[in-house]
Design a protein around this ligand. Sequence first.
Ligand code: NAD
Ligand code: DAU
Length: 338
Amino acid sequence: MVSVLVTGGAGFIGSNFVRFALDAHPDWHVTTLDKLTYAGRLETLHDIIDHPRHTFVRGDVADASVAAPLVRDADIVVHFAAETHVDRSILSAGEFITTDVFGTFVLLEAAREATHLKRFIQISTDEVYGSVAEGSSLETDELKPRNPYSASKAGADRLAYSYFATYDVPVIITRASNNYGPYQFPEKVIPLFVTNLIDDLHVPLYGDGGQIRDWLHVNDHCRGVDLLIESGINGEVYNIGGGNHVRNVDLTHRILELTGKTEALIRHVADRQGHDRRYSLDTTKLQALGWAPRARFEDGLAETVGWYRTNEWWWRPIKDADPAFRAYYEKQYGKTRV
Ligand code: NAD
Ligand code: DAU
């Protein structure tokens, strides 16, 4: 059995990856290490938590007593665990440094001592390039992160590289664009807007809504990571982008159409501080290994809206009943803003 450690596997992309990996690799045993922060939920793993080739460990990546033995036992580490929401990093950045930077350091230190580790996949993000006015970012472009989240991810990204360059840890770094799909926490724009609209609530569109994101279906992201485990080159960085560049205002109109609601529900609110205008990735390097995104955005978005419609059991306890989420929501949007 190949021993695979997935950190952050109770979150959005991590859980999709664990599901994908158990299905695609009958010779893998997957261990999920997750702290179960506000964003991590066992419900998200409901169908695979008891899978015979899956073990769940609740723990913090920044706690070496839990994380280091798991890294030392692994053949492959896929490190998704992070604080991930830009708006939360603007409200309070401390946890981003502790988890995204220090937590990555703890895992890398353990990886130095691992005897049979073949891959350490550092899941970075396109946000490390900063706002890209025109053209598309290449892996060799300068990093210009502009918010506490992306700066913490850039720190982890380069720290991971340094452990390859200095200690020969078999690190590969991925920088993906905005993911969408099932089980995304309803603080991020697509699930927030879809679930608000299902309930006839306003959707808070920041600023002029002209910001552009490049949407990547989470399954295509999982396929990209999987291919890199198989065929990537250690020490290299790979962009993973969906090639679907959409303005937020256009995304909002598509979601209104898919939910059958009118634009009267759009509420224009104050812009995010330091809001990155545009992200765009050049994915030639990954495509050269044989990867291409499969999901058409129109279809993927419709399916995703359908998933939130039929899986209210998953998001209603968060949005309607979790006091921590309500507190965040009011702090972020205020009762008057939405
Ligand atoms: P998410 O917020 O949905 O999930 C994060 C998971 O990490 C949660 O399960 C949480 O409990 C866990 N976690 C947080 N702190 C932890 C800690 N200290 N120890 C152990 N577990 C901890 O995030 P996501 O959107 O699934 O993102 C996963 C990764 O992908 C992150 O590294 C993120 O930076 C990166 N990424 C995300 C996107 C995107 O569009 N969502 C795009 C590119 C890269
Ligand atoms: O680009 C990859 C990144 O994508 C990941 O690294 C991050 O972890 C992930 O959170 C995401 O960051 P964004 O800031 O792009 O995602 P978010 O869903 O928060 O916002 C998407 C866009 O929608 C952004 O331009 C801000 C806007 N927005 C967001 C929210 C939550 C709104 O207009 N209103 C909102 O209420």
